[in-house]
Design a protein around this ligand. Structure first.
Ligand SMILES: *Cc1c(COP(=O)(O)O)cnc(C)c1O
Length: 374
């Protein structure tokens, strides 16, 4: 039996220990721990990578989303449209500004915001649309941007799972008014702790995020507006700069692994495999399949030594935290069906071919031996 962990960050960093230690030592040498030159250098590199004019480093992906919305002037009385199938931070960022989160269901093929649902929920209070590039595939941005532009609504991309993904050749994060990234350790580009960034083509928006991330400070001890402490650490920036140089290669490996999974799992009964829209370059942050009778299936995989996860088992509209929005079961049927069926298989650049074959073999065994599939 071959054990395959869901994620292996030790393997991910093993070959670059020296390079990463050198980068951290440089920060210690000049003692630039909060903001400072390492953060500015990373911001320049990351803006280049995203093909945007500006990048602003912040404390987390959640900070990035919240500050981007704040910088757009969104607050109490406003509405922001997003999806219920996401990590809860997307929705928290909206409610934290005082605005109301409004949900649209996802497409059953790509698991991203279904543009056909926008018309039904838009109101004069709608100030932004916040599509999520779930699992590493960019949402269907052309109709979303068209809808928003026609009504003077901003579009903020939650690109926390989509570093380097493309839509019609354009980078995730570069299509809307702002793109928000997380560098949580397990993301496609991960720090050695918490970090995030907002990217944008808009100099004014970038400047407002810069001021807000540092207590609303324009110059030392001159505070124009209340902000918060959302600065990026120097050490995180130095680590991210090293890893950013290898991100394209990491994403290539993920795509290769996804193609291998697709070949190995093709034709197995009851499985729904990820769909990659040809207009969009997927970066496979998460490799999610769909299976009925999930709990039996997952127990079998675990007993065969395969680590897996669920992203996400409860859609946000059914979380107790958002019971106040008044949504019932059945309100967003695609998100609910997916939440019941998703299983995330191991996916990281360092997976080996043998490990992928072992996962596929275990999936087949679990399917064939489960009474649920008889
Ligand atoms: C990880 C993630 C976030 C939050 O990022 P943090 O850095 O953990 O704050 C937001 N949205 C999505 C879709 C994510 O996957």
């Amino acid at each position: 039996m071959m054990n395959v962990p869901f994620l292996d960050l030790r393997a991910h960093h093993a070959s670059r220990r020296g390079e990463l230690a050198d980068a951290i030592n440089q920060v210690v040498d000049v003692a630039a721990f909060s903001g400072g030159p390492f953060v500015s250098c990373f911001e320049a590199d990351f803006a280049d990578f995203c093909e945007t004019r500006h990048a602003v480093g912040v404390g987390s992906g959640t900070d990035a989303l919240w500050l981007a919305l704040m910088a757009l002037g969104i607050g109490p009385g406003d509405e922001v449209i997003t999806v219920p199938m996401t990590f809860i931070a997307t929705v928290e960022a909206i409610s934290r500004t005082g605005a109301r989160p409004v949900f649209v269901d996802i497409e059953e093929t790509t698991y991203t915001l279904d543009p056909a649902g926008l018309e039904r929920v838009v109101t004069p209070r709608t100030k932004a649309i916040l599509p999520v590039h779930l699992f590493g595939q960019v949402a269907d941005m052309e109709p979303i941007l068209k809808f928003a532009r026609a009504r003077g609504i901003a579009v903020v991309e939650d690109a926390a799972q989509a570093h380097g993904a493309r839509y019609d050749g354009q980078r995730a994060g570069s299509l809307g008014s702002a793109g928000c990234f997380s560098f949580y350790p397990g993301k496609n580009l991960g720090a050695f702790g918490e970090a995030g960034a907002v990217v944008t083509q808009d100099a004014g928006l970038a400047e407002r995020v810069r001021v807000l991330r540092d207590h609303g400070q324009m110059r030392k001890y001159v505070h124009a507006t209340p902000g918060w402490n959302c600065r990026m650490d120097g050490i995180q920036a130095a680590v991210l700069r090293v890893k950013l140089r290898h991100l394209e290669h990491y994403n290539e490996r993920r795509r290769k692994h996804a193609a291998h999974y697709a070949r190995a799992l093709a034709g197995m009964p009851h499985l729904v495999l990820p769909f990659c829209d040809p207009r969009r370059t997927h970066v496979h942050h998460i490799y999610a399949i769909r299976v009925p009778a999930r709990s039996i299936f997952m127990q079998q995989l675990a007993s065969l030594g395969i680590g897996c996860g669920i992203h996400y088992p409860v859609p946000v509209h059914l979380q107790e935290a958002y019971a106040g929005l008044g949504h019932r079961r059945g309100a967003f049927p695609v998100a609910e069906r997916c939440a019941a069926e998703f299983v995330s298989l191991p996916m990281y650049p360092e997976l080996t071919s043998d490990q992928i074959d072992a996962v596929a073999q275990a999936v087949e065994t679990a399917l064939l031996s489960s009474p649920a599939y008889a």
